[in-house]
Design a protein around this ligand. Structure first.
Ligand code: F6R
Length: 610
């Protein structure tokens, strides 16, 4: 969601903050702002729009050596420069940036207004500035004021506070929204995401929930909200700057789609035992028995990660013969789910920070069942709070539309399937070896699909003015249809629906006419012939048919307006290939329509609010 960065040190704070905000822009971007300490007073500059707009209106702040910056994704109050962060107290001496939601802000605002505080914005965050001001008049210092203020607050926060009265200190606090502190020499940074500080230092301390940090240029003092000191080792960030830059591509999404041959390789690296036909994952080694003897898997996730979970259900029920339930994390956490002994809960998340997924996994832990993670971002909250887990190793995903993380999640779900099926003896070593051989071939096959991008671009040109799309698939490729539709919606703003192909005749078929393109995923697997019938049904109603098919499928050539051919592979691995043309189609469609591919409207990369 919102991006947060704070700096204290010897460099020009303004430059460090603006550069950090630019890297965070993918998280939230309707407005941006900074607060910089210049000649004993706090200079706040904020604007609606992008960080580049902000940069152009910051003047006379180059001397500042301490400051805080924010990119906003609106929750309370429309996007405008007044509602943009930082927010200040009545005196203008205290400035706050915040990610999260203050749930009792209406009551707090009322109370503070009665005490004479004057509010400028419609945000929940502004109450924090006034609340801290209220306590600051009685407390010894800013740290104490922040701690006392946070005792009054219900909700979630990742926040950084500065005060003109304490020009050598930043105070940060976290509950539910990520924050980490970068430990440079004679300088410290605070950020909601490692990408904002990696240029300055790789040594970081991750803050945990209910912690407060007092940060000066030479020191970090970490405590819990009860004022008890916490000693935590610094961690070393291993990803490099090139991984979070565009590297010659026009967009992050395009770069990330094209990285998939490598990211799939990385997901499998060191985890395949070719001779034994089984997978091994370091993160699950201690819990392998619990995983393989589980009576049921329950997978919780949101959005694209939920689609990956659904593919996992098809695969694992087919091979490992283990019942798998897939739940939207946001529904799971509120519907009193029945969890039983023998259940294993998996949380899938690219960012590792999605609030609903985090809350759902906490709910599952409270029920006493083991919870394991399938996560991309190393050190993220979900990675830390799960009992064990597997990293997907897709590298930083910056484009808001998830692409490479999805295929890497599928790769890891296949690894888990292979491990569990072999241990449960529902697959023998020969079958395991066949799967592994096919896994090794996937990167090359992905390259073959990527080579067809010009062809997919032409299809996008033809359909650029379509107002609706249907995506239809069956079995393991039904969730891929959902994912294709989601990609189309989120970056092209074209209404798209995904359905299991056979469901079409139970309603959606009424939508078919000559203006309705239907994208079928029809591969030569178990439901192939049924898919052919479903395609006929669309053609009979003059719908336009685009098919993702296996190469050299003569029959489908005659049955479609456009065919995108992908190499053959095993059914359980096929979603890793079949989704790629759909990612490319939505990408080129967005380009054709002049949409902002990496920063689609209303969306943020990491959804850290409910
Ligand atoms: C869609 C997309 C979102 C995320 C969802 C969950 O392209 O990116 O639907 O998949 O917000 O995010 P994570 O996986 O970070 O928990």
């Amino acid at each position: 969601m919102c991006g947060i960065v704070g700096y204290i040190g010897e460099k020009c704070a303004c430059d460090v903050l603006v550069e950090g905000l630019r890297r965070l822009e993918y998280r939230g971007y309707d407005s941006a702002g900074v607060a910089l300490l210049v000649d004993d007073h706090i200079n706040v500059v904020k604007t609606i729009g992008k960080v580049s707009v902000l940069e152009n209106i910051i003047h006379d702040s180059k001397s500042a050596r301490i400051g805080i910056g924010h990119t906003r994704w609106a929750t309370h109050g429309e996007p405008n420069s007044v509602n943009a962060h930082p927010h200040t107290d009545c005196s203008g001496d205290i400035a706050v940036i915040h990610n999260g939601i203050i749930e009792n802000y209406v009551a707090l605002k009322k109370k503070l207004s009665c005490l004479g505080h004057e509010f400028k914005s419609q945000t929940d965050t502004e109450v924090l500035a006034h609340l801290i001001e209220e306590f600051n008049s009685r407390a010894d210092n800013l740290e104490v004021a922040v701690r006392l203020a946070l005792r009054e607050v219900d909700g979630t926060f990742g926040l950084v506070v500065m005060s003109a009265k304490e020009p050598e200190v930043l105070v940060a606090a976290r509950r539910g929204s990520p924050l980490l502190i970068g430990l440079g020499e004679s300088e410290k940074l605070i950020a909601s995401d490692a990408s904002a500080l990696i240029r300055h230092t790789r040594n970081v301390v991750y803050m945990h929930d209910n912690e407060i940090a007092v940060v000066t240029r030479n020191n970090v003092s970490l405590k819990n909200l009860d004022d008890e000191t916490i000693n935590r080792e610094a961690e070393y960030l291993t990803f490099n700057l090139e991984q979070i830059e565009k590297g010659g591509f026009d967009h992050f999404m395009q770069k990330e789609i094209s990285e998939q041959p490598e990211t799939i390789l990385n997901a499998f690296r060191g985890r395949l035992k070719d001779d034994e036909g089984i997978a091994t994952m370091g993160g699950l080694r201690d819990v392998e028995d619990k995983v393989t003897n589980a009576k049921r898997f329950v997978i919780i996730a949101c959005g694209t990660s939920w689609h990956a979970a659904l593919v996992g259900k098809y695969i694992m029920e087919q091979h490992a013969r283990i019942p798998v339930e897939v739940d939207y994390a946001s529904e799971f956490r509120y519907r009193k789910p029945v969890l039983m002994e023998g259940d294993v809960v998996w949380a899938i998340s690219q960012s590792g920070e999605t609030l609903d997924t985090l809350a759902a996994l906490r709910e599952a832990k409270r029920a006493g069942v083991p919870v394991y993670g399938i996560v991309n971002v190393v050190g993220s909250t979900i990675a830390r709070e799960t009992d064990a887990g597997v990293y997907i190793h897709a590298g930083p995903e910056i484009g808001v539309a998830s692409t490479k993380a999805f295929t890497s999640q599928l790769a890891v779900l296949n690894l888990i399937n292979l491990l569990v099926s072999r241990k449960r003896k529902t697959l023998d070593a020969k079958q395991g070896k066949e799967i592994i051989e096919e896994m090794h071939r996937l990167p090359e096959k992905i390259c073959q699909i990527l080579d067809q991008k010009e062809r997919i671009k032409e299809i996008a040109e033809e359909f650029r003015d379509s107002r609706n799309f249907l995506y239809l698939g069956r079995g393991v490729n039904f969730p891929v249809a959902l994912e294709g539709a989601l990609k189309m919606k989120e970056i092209s703003y074209i209404h798209a629906e995904g359905y299991p192909a056979a469901e079409m005749k139970h309603g959606p078929i009424a939508l078919i006419d000559e203006d309705m393109p239907a994208v079928f995923i029809a591969l030569g697997h178990s439901t192939y012939h049924k898919s052919l019938s479903n395609i006929q049904e669309v053609l009979a109603r003059k719908g336009k048919v685009i098919v993702v098919a296996n190469e050299a499928d003569g029959r489908l050539k005659d049955l479609s307006d456009h065919i995108i051919e992908i190499p053959r592979t095993l059914e359980i691995l096929s979603p890793i290939l079949s989704v790629i043309p759909l990612q490319l189609l939505s990408y080129y469609m967005a380009i054709e329509r002049g949409c902002n591919v990496d920063q689609p409207r209303n969306l943020a990369k990491s959804v850290t609010v409910e």
